[in-house]
Design a protein around this ligand. Sequence first.
Ligand code: PGA
Length: 257
Amino acid sequence: MKKRKLLVVGNWKMNPRTLKEAEKLFLEVQKGVKSGEIIIAPPFPFISDLHQLSRMKRIRLAAQDIFFETHGAYTGEVSLPMLKSVGVTASIVGHSERRERGESNAEIYKDIQTLVKHRTLAIVCVGEKTRNNDHRGDYFNAVETQLVAALKNLKPAELKYIVVAYEPVWAIGTGNDATPEDAGEMKLFIRKVLSDRFNRVAAAKVPILYGGSVNKQNAGALIEKGGVDGFLVGGASLKTKEFLAIIEEANHAIAGA
Ligand code: PGA
């Protein structure tokens, strides 16, 4: 069997407060990472400087969002060609914090089409808002609806530009992580949705990450028992020691899996 590869994405969100702090964090992470593929998604104003500091192929820079047009009269927006010109090779798409502020499935679809057209990795976030009183398992439908809308019209070969991050909204920033069993069940479900829509071979190559209160304590079990291919890490990606420990735990677990 092919060895599983680990992918860990650090989503810094609107942190840290200054370029100086961002550079310090980036350099510390760069120094400490020993293995695995790492993607860091800093705020836009820091990307270019961090790219200058980047010395390792295994650490890539991502945007936290893109705008689907390439240029023009779109005040406040940032395009993919602009981001690529300062070192970006991936983007998070459809994070729940953006969906919450009004980003629609239609916009997410356009972002993904743009990323794929420019051969740039799209880290597509999906996840249900709640599981409370959900005895019928509607959370599966919620995830399937988001996934199908996001990946509409892609060709199987284009799945190589897709990473899916399962992030149950109730687990983000709350300390209420999903159990490895819950994450594993959803991972299998997502894989099945991809297989049915595209084909098994193409679907098998899509990394499926888990995100939501990942820390060094739960990382190993989520990989080992949950079978996810890595993580999208928010809060813990801002603490060098914790972030490096997550990567180490995950690497250890994936090597033994
Ligand atoms: P968290 O955030 O790790 O702080 O829960 C995850 C995310 O929002 O991607």
